[in-house]
Write a protein of this length. Structure first.
Lengths: 214, 247
């Protein structure tokens, strides 16, 4: 218990770091995932190819490798940003590939007739997707997107190895100060539980609200 | 015979892999005309119907709508589709929208009409198909026949130049077929240009100006219903009619 009470501000700082990484990366991942999913079902072949390439590369690259690529690679091209922003970019892009596929799975659950009816009424691709297909896909993608964002929250721990303030990274300081390593990690785990259970709770509410409104 | 062609297909061909589903199709539908397409399954009639608003792209040939060749995928195609209504075998009402929203969605978003005007017009059309009382229900709460009548109202809400019907009664219970056919007969009497793919021979006889008989991807006969049903020329049509009429 002492570990937590003595170092409350350090833990709080770490937790805040993890929450920030999770929230910003989630927003980026959702936005990019949405765009990429639209690309992958677009009538334009080059957009489909781009979306497929995006997913293939990012989904199949280990996240740590992606962090190295972003943190060490981008500065070589003169792009120097705060480490936290680099971490958000790496996490957001990586997760967007999974969001894209969850959305695409949702789009595929909507019968093709729905899209055909929309097109036959003169709706453009955007209108068909935005007004008819995605609102119906949304219901079935709430659970997998929740899981993906929980994975994102836990993946944010990797950023700690790249000098970004986040929850897992606090163990180094505490270890040096001589605290019991087991209890140090127990409280870190509790911190992650707070984040991931909050995400679960949000998605449970979303699912109750939208998931079964048929 | 073509006085004022609204839909015109010239030398249209389409393949699904090895299968030649549309073979040198030439067909004209004049303004105000009702053309019924019949034929055995797999004869290409649904593909023909869907090709007219390019839900199925064609391999070669040209399709003209109101004098304009059918454009490639994009905004021009969307504009053209807005003028050609389509009614599907499986209704395809938007499952997440109420009946009223189903009918007024496209007028609002595609035609850019005001909400009040679009809803007033939608209510008129729902009244016309006898479903005004169901305006606030969701499609899943309606019977098949009711859903199909909503689908017809939805197509009419765009004030289309022509309506395409792709087997509109094939997914319906027998007792619901008539309520849909009655709406279609009324449309035909009102002078709507219609191309109807159907197995309803009664409708073909009573409402059609012309009957087009298709088999194996070709148009075999294209004549008035009276001539076609009493004196089919081709062996294929005689065989088809004997199968469906005598039982």
């Amino acid at each position: 218990m002492n570990v937590l009470i003595d170092n409350l501000s350090l833990y709080a700082e770490g937790l805040l770091g993890t929450v920030e990484l999770t929230v910003y990366s989630s927003l980026l991942a959702l936005a990019l995932g949405f765009v990429m999913a639209s690309f992958r079902v677009a009538p334009v072949a080059s957009l489909r190819a781009f979306g497929t390439a995006w997913v293939t590369v990012l989904r199949n690259t280990p996240l740590t490798l992606l962090f190295f690529a972003v943190l060490l690679g981008l500065p070589r091209f003169g792009i120097v940003l705060p480490f936290q922003l680099f971490a958000v970019l790496a996490l957001g892009c990586y997760t967007s590939a999974f969001i894209c596929e969850a959305l695409r799975a949702g789009i595929n659950t909507v019968p093709t007739g729905q899209g055909e009816a929309a097109r036959s009424l003169g709706m453009t691709f955007r209108q068909t997707l935005g007004l008819v297909v995605l609102p119906q896909a949304f219901r079935s993608v709430i659970p997998p997107i929740g899981s993906t964002l929980i994975a994102l929250a836990k993946n944010s721990a990797i950023a700690g190895s790249f000098s970004v303030t986040e929850l897992l990274g606090t163990y180094k300081t505490l270890n040096e100060l001589g605290y019991n390593i087991v209890w140090t990690f127990v409280w870190i785990a509790v911190g992650y539980l707070i984040v991931t259970l909050s995400i679960s709770a949000i998605f449970n509410v979303l699912e109750k609200r939208w998931g079964v409104a048929r | 015979m073509a006085v004022d062609p609204l839909i015109e297909l010239r030398d249209v061909n389409k393949h699904y892999g090895q299968l030649h589903v549309l073979q040198d199709i030439n067909l004209t539908v004049d303004r105000g005309e009702v053309v019924v397409v019949i034929g055995p399954s797999g004869s290409g009639k649904s593909t023909l119907c869907r090709a007219i608003n390019r839900l199925e792209p064609i391999g070669s040939g040209t399709i003209f709508l109101d004098g304009q060749p059918l454009p490639e995928e994009g905004r021009a195609l969307a504009r053209l589709r807005a003028d050609v209504g389509m009614v599907f075998q499986s209704f395809n009402l938007f499952a997440h929208k109420t009946v009223l929203e189903n009918v007024s969605l496209a007028p609002l978003k595609v035609r850019g009409r005001g909400k009040e005007e679009a809803e007033r017009r939608s209510r008129e059309l729902l009244e016309r198909v006898g479903l005004l009382g169901h305006a606030d229900k969701y499609p899943a709460q309606l019977s098949g026949g009711q859903q199909q009548r909503v689908a017809i109202a939805r197509a009419l809400a765009m004030d289309p130049k022509a309506l395409l019907f792709d087997e509109p009664t094939s997914a319906l219970d027998p007792e619901m077929i008539n309520e849909v056919l009655e709406v279609m007969r009324q449309l035909a009497r009102d002078g709507m240009t219609m191309l109807v793919v159907t197995h309803e021979m009664g409708f073909a006889r009573s409402a059609a100006n012309r009957v087009v008989f298709m088999a194996d991807g070709r148009i075999v006969e294209d004549r008035t219903p009276e001539e076609f049903f009493t004196d089919p020329h081709s062996a294929r049509a005689k065989d088809f009619l004997s199968k469906i009429l005598k039982h």
